[in-house]
Design a protein around this ligand. Sequence first.
Ligand SMILES: Cc1cc2nc3c(=O)[nH]c(=O)nc-3n(C[C@H](O)[C@H](O)[C@H](O)COP(=O)(O)O)c2cc1C
Length: 195
Amino acid sequence: MTGPPLVVGISGSRRAGSYTRQAIEHALAVAERAGAETDHVDLGDVDLPLYHPDRSVEDSGDAADLLARVRRADAVIVGSPNYHGSYSSTFRNFHDYCGFDEYEDTVVGLLVVAGGGTIASPLDHMRVTMRGVHAEVVPDQVGILNASSKFEDGVLVDEAIADRIERMVEGVLAATRRRLLAAEHPVEVETEADD
Ligand SMILES: Cc1cc2nc3c(=O)[nH]c(=O)nc-3n(C[C@H](O)[C@H](O)[C@H](O)COP(=O)(O)O)c2cc1C
């Protein structure tokens, strides 16, 4: 393989003390320890107007730069808070700027943070929207319930959640390495249509 894989984290909360941001930072630290390079797109800290199909990306604040950072990624770990049983508008607004150019051939891991006890529906919704841009979403995913009890002073303190993040990141890196190896050593597979 040519070099370490690049894993980009995307945090879909604008809240100053966001647990989503803290969880994504934790996931990126795990990826770095496993040998990846990382970059964090913190959507709480960008100039990104509401997506408008009639306006060019170049005229849309930081959009062009953010999209370029996602295009460079071999893998993306996306985090969103649960807002009303789905993902946040902050995540969705950035996602509407994205398409096949950003996500085709990109491995994705999902993470959702909830104030209460529901994480299944936002994770399902993220999985569907990621399929829509042809990302390869790994099966392991992370849901953090009752988030305020899982972090202290900006740090994740829950071992079970830390283990889940570790497993999701391992899955993302394994799938990424398989993709990079396959790209380096393409194998021709004969199908009946070739006969
Ligand atoms: C508009 C809005 C809707 C929310 N809806 C839900 C919800 O349906 N279920 C839930 O468990 N928490 C809900 N929450 C709580 C957030 O998931 C929780 O505050 C979370 O920590 C926010 O993520 P952050 O810390 O990354 O900003 C909602 C919060 C907001 C602001």
